[in-house]
Each structure stands twice: as structure tokens, then as C-alpha cells.
Design a protein. Structure first.
Length: 170
């Protein structure tokens, strides 16, 4: 592994460990925010079942690739974006059990904390996203264009507003 790859892996690991939320862009559909854990050199996440985060519409196939963006926990800005290989862990296998033990500890507000592993094995997918290669450097600002909306925060100030404000001060 080259020095650049080693530094890329270290940056990805540090960012993913400190952040509880990633943005995942699959081959299909828009980006989606998902909670995750960093476990044994990869991002692990669970979803797809009732009461869990939705994974449908992202095109997450075993052996495919996705774009992962890790955000800052305190400021919410983008820390790092990388490409990852998707691997679906077979239910009740050794790797699945290790990943689920980590995920279970980070799962907030679980209704059935005692039976969560059984429900995940029955209904959900546990995915492992392994970083691929070095980090690409962005060629532009990566700023997204705001979604068109009829909502607005800027309108002309009503003509009577200055008089109303002066009356309140008296």
C-alpha cells in the first residue's frame, strides 16, 4: 500500500469513526443520509426492514460500488467523499454477528432491543462498505443547487411596517 493510500484510509477511518451519519449515493436515486458504524476497516450499516432505515431505491447490490460522503458531527459539513465496494453480509455468519454486535450498540430507540438481532436476520440487510482506492480530489466546489420551491424568505417589506415598529418603541 502506498503512502497516499495509507493516508486516504486513515482519513476515511477517522472521519467515519467520529461521524454518526453518512450520505450514500448509489447507482440509482438521490443521496440518502444513513446511520452507520465503522467496524474492521469498513462502514457497516443495517436497513431495509420494518422500523429500520430504508435502503430501497439506492441500487445497493452485493459487489457494486457506491459513493460515500462523511459529514462533520459538529458542523455538519462534508469531511470526505470516497468510493466504496458494497458487500452484503450473510445472516448469522461470523462477520454478520461481529458487525451486528457493533450496530446494536449504536442503534438508538430500538423498540425490541432484546430481539433486534433476530429481527435483523429475518427482515434486514447488513451491508459492509469497504473503501476502494485513494480519495479523489474534487474539481469544483461540490455545492448543490437548491431545490426549486415556491417557499421564500425574501419579500418586499410592507409599507406600514416602519410606522408599526415606531409605535411599539413609544
Amino acid at each position: 500500500m502506498t503512502e497516499t493510500e495509507t493516508l486516504s484510509r486513515a482519513l476515511i477511518e477517522e472521519a467515519a469513526r467520529k461521524s454518526g451519519l453518512i450520505w450514500l449515493q448509489g447507482p440509482a436515486g438521490p443521496s440518502r443520509a444513513l446511520w452507520h458504524v465503522w467496524h474492521e476497516g469498513a462502514v457497516c450499516l443495517v436497513g431495509g426492514g420494518a422500523g429500520e432505515q430504508p435502503l430501497d431505491g439506492l441500487g445497493l447490490e452485493d459487489g457494486g460500488t457506491v459513493t460515500v460522503t462523511v459529514r462533520s458531527k459538529d458542523k455538519g459539513g462534508r469531511l470526505v467523499t470516497f468510493t466504496a465496494h458494497v458487500g452484503e453480509l450473510p445472516a448469522r455468519g461470523d462477520a454478520w454477528a461481529a458487525a451486528v454486535a457493533e450496530l446494536k450498540g449504536k442503534r438508538l430507540n430500538a423498540v425490541d432491543a432484546e430481539g433486534i438481532e433476530e429481527r435483523w436476520a429475518r427482515e434486514c440487510r447488513v451491508l459492509r462498505l469497504t473503501p476502494a482506492g485513494t480519495l479523489p480530489l474534487p474539481s469544483d466546489s461540490l455545492a448543490a443547487v437548491p431545490v426549486a420551491s415556491p417557499a421564500t424568505t425574501r419579500r418586499p417589506m410592507p409599507a406600514a411596517l416602519p410606522r408599526l415598529l415606531r409605535k411599539r418603541r413609544r
